[in-house]
Every structure is written in structure tokens, then in C-alpha cells.
Design a protein around this ligand. Structure first.
Ligand code: PBG
Length: 341
């Protein structure tokens, strides 16, 4: 450009607004697109039959029983959403310090996985691996002398993962941030004959206040009390460290990696995608969803528009896909179908 004479390449010869003038030209030059195939729908399950109860801090989100989830999974799949990720609201009486319920083949997650795979065999099912839905203290691992211990936790996580895979889970997604868990999970799964199970690592998971509504939804907030997860989840101040986390997880056998939360961490998404070129996902977490929807409900912004813009922003930052509570809503918008709520 510098070698060309005159004002070529500059205003007034160049007018970037030309490409923006019409709908057709904007569509033609669009660099990124969002499709339902980019979405993983995050869902909450509760015990019972025919149950659907609203999560008060997450407008439009419900905790549903496994049978209801199976019906909704069909709807999601028909909208083009490839996979869903299940999170259980374990009844408090089943929570223990060591989270043994995680190993119960009849637990809520396993029931939900079986129901979904039964109803929609071709839909991918992702299960979280971490003990927080099952521990009475709400931490993701075993607590010894007030510290979440690493290696002992990893052993239980391996058993939790196998339990979920035996129920039919396709993708194991460890969200616990223990060191070495990806390698240990890969070995344990392979040894149990599950070499086809995918590992989606919550590789760069930050200790974030944006998980607040989720902890309400699954009931771990009450258990956690004033506690926090800063001895294992990452410090929001760090970015190079996220790359080390991802590098280690790749070496240990992760098929896909995730960055979480989403909107405040788009720089991490970009760096991870550029550094490693592997399937990279981002989790639009409960607090991000709640903020956008709550502002929408109050009429402070266009909630629908805000959700769509945020999802496209994740794609632009380099994400191959997004875990979001708004998956159904967004897929309908993309297909021009109005949402009822
Ligand atoms: C559990 C887990 C959490 C989330 C996903 N898996 C909460 C936490 O780490 O406390 C948060 C998801 C969200 O906020 O939407 N380890």
C-alpha cells in the first residue's frame, strides 16, 4: 500500500462504509458466523418425574427431571445443537464430605445421561468431572486439614468419570483444576476400555465471581458458604499461566480445551487458539447469562441481541464452540423462530 501513488488506499478513495451499506454486502463480508452447531447447551437436572422449576437467578433457565430433559434434548438436537452438558442439583441429604454420591451409578447425572442417550442417541453428552455437586462443603475435591488435596482427589475423579461413561456419557469434562487429572483420566478411561471417550478439559478455569448463579442452581453455594476455590482455580490476573495449563493438558491427552468464564477472558481464548490450534471452547457462565438476561428483562438492553452479540464475540475471539445456557434461545433466533420466554 505504501508504494502506491497518491491517496490510493486512503479516504476519500477508500470508504470502508461501502461494504457496510446493504444487508447483502454485510453478509458477504462477514468474517465470522455463528450457527447452532457451535453451541453446547448447559442444563441442570433435579430428581423426580415431570419436574421443571425455574432457577431464580437465571431467567429462562429451569432445573428439570431426567424425563423432561430427554424431551428438551430432542428439541435442542432438532434445532441443530450437537451436544449438551449436564449438571445435577444433588439433594442435600446425599452430600457427604467425600462426595461419594459421585460414584453412584444411579445418581442424577447418570440417570439424565441414560435418558438423553435413550431419547436422542446421536446427541453428544458432556459430563462435568468435579466433586462440588456432591460434597457437603461444596469444594471440588477432598478436603484434608482445610486444603483441597490433589492426588487423592484425582483418584476419585477417575472413578467418577468411569461411572459417567458407563451411563453413556460421550465427553468427560473435568472442571476441578487438580494437577495431572487429564493424564490420570486418560489412563483410567483407556484401562477400563473407554479409549473412545473424549476429554474436554476445563484447562483455564478462573476463580470467578461469575459462577454465583450456578452455585445457586446446583445448591453448592450454601455448602461452600464463605469458602472460595482460589487454591485450585486460576487467578484472574494471569494469562501466561493459562497457556501453561493448556500446554500440560494437551500433553496429557486433552482432545479439546475450554476457557472459563467467557466474556471477561476473551484474550485468553485468542491466545490459546493462536498458540495451540486445537479445538477451543469457551463457557459463557451463569453470571454472564444472568447479567444479560436480567438487563434484558428490565428493558435496559435488548437481551436477545446482547446474547447473540456475545456469542458471536466468542467466535471472533477464536472459539470453536460455546457452552451456554442460551443455546436453545440462540438456535431459535438463528433459525428465525421466536422464543416463547
Ligand atoms: C463445578 C463447576 C462450576 C461451574 C461449572 N462446573 C462452578 C464452580 O467451579 O464453582 C460454573 C458454571 C457456571 O457458572 O455457569 N466445578
Amino acid at each position: 500500500m505504501a508504494n502506491l501513488p497518491g491517496t490510493f488506499g486512503r479516504y476519500p478513495t477508500t470508504r470502508l462504509r461501502r461494504n457496510r451499506r446493504y444487508g447483502w454486502s454485510r453478509r458477504l463480508v462477514a468474517e465470522n458466523v455463528l450457527t447452532p452447531a457451535d453451541l453446547i447447551w448447559t442444563v441442570f437436572v433435579r430428581p423426580g418425574k415431570g419436574e421443571a422449576e425455574p432457577v431464580s437467578s437465571m431467567p429462562g433457565v429451569e432445573r428439570v427431571s431426567a424425563d423432561v430433559l430427554a424431551e428438551r434434548a430432542r428439541e435442542a438436537f432438532d434445532l441443530g445443537i450437537p451436544a449438551l452438558a449436564v449438571f445435577p442439583q444433588t439433594p442435600p441429604e446425599l452430600k457427604t464430605p467425600d462426595g461419594d454420591e459421585a460414584l453412584n451409578p444411579g445418581n442424577l447425572v447418570c440417570e439424565a445421561v441414560r435418558a438423553v442417550k435413550n431419547a436422542v442417541p446421536d446427541m453428544g453428552v458432556v459430563c462435568d468431572v468435579a466433586l462440588d455437586p456432591y460434597t457437603s462443603h461444596g469444594q471440588d475435591g477432598l478436603v484434608r486439614d482445610n486444603y483441597v488435596v490433589n492426588d487423592e482427589t484425582v483418584e476419585i475423579l477417575c472413578r467418577q468419570a468411569i461411572n459417567q461413561v458407563e451411563a453413556g456419557c460421550d465427553v468427560i469434562a473435568p472442571s476441578d483444576m487438580m494437577d495431572g487429572r487429564i493424564g490420570a483420566l486418560r489412563q483410567a478411561l483407556d484401562a477400563a476400555g473407554h479409549e473412545e471417550t473424549l476429554l474436554l478439559s476445563y484447562a483455564a478455569k478462573f476463580a470467578s465471581v461469575f459462577y454465583g448463579p450456578f452455585r445457586d442452581a446446583v445448591g453448592s453455594a450454601t455448602s461452600l458458604g464463605q469458602g472460595d476455590k482460589r487454591t485450585y482455580q486460576m487467578d484472574p490476573a494471569n494469562s501466561d499461566e493459562a497457556l501453561r495449563e493448556v500446554a500440560l493438558d494437551i500433553e496429557e491427552g486433552a482432545d479439546m480445551v475450554m476457557i472459563k468464564p467467557g466474556m471477561p477472558y476473551l484474550d485468553i481464548v485468542r491466545r490459546v487458539k493462536e498458540s495451540f490450534s486445537l479445538p477451543t471452547y469457551v463457557y459463557q457462565v451463569s453470571g454472564e447469562y444472568a447479567m444479560l438476561m436480567a438487563a434484558g428483562e428490565r428493558g435496559w438492553l435488548d437481551g436477545e441481541g446482547a446474547i447473540m452479540e456475545s456469542l458471536l464475540g466468542f467466535k471472533r475471539a477464536g472459539a470453536d464452540g460455546i457452552l451456554t445456557y442460551a443455546a436453545i434461545r440462540a438456535a431459535k433466533t438463528l433459525k428465525g423462530i421466536a422464543s416463547d420466554s
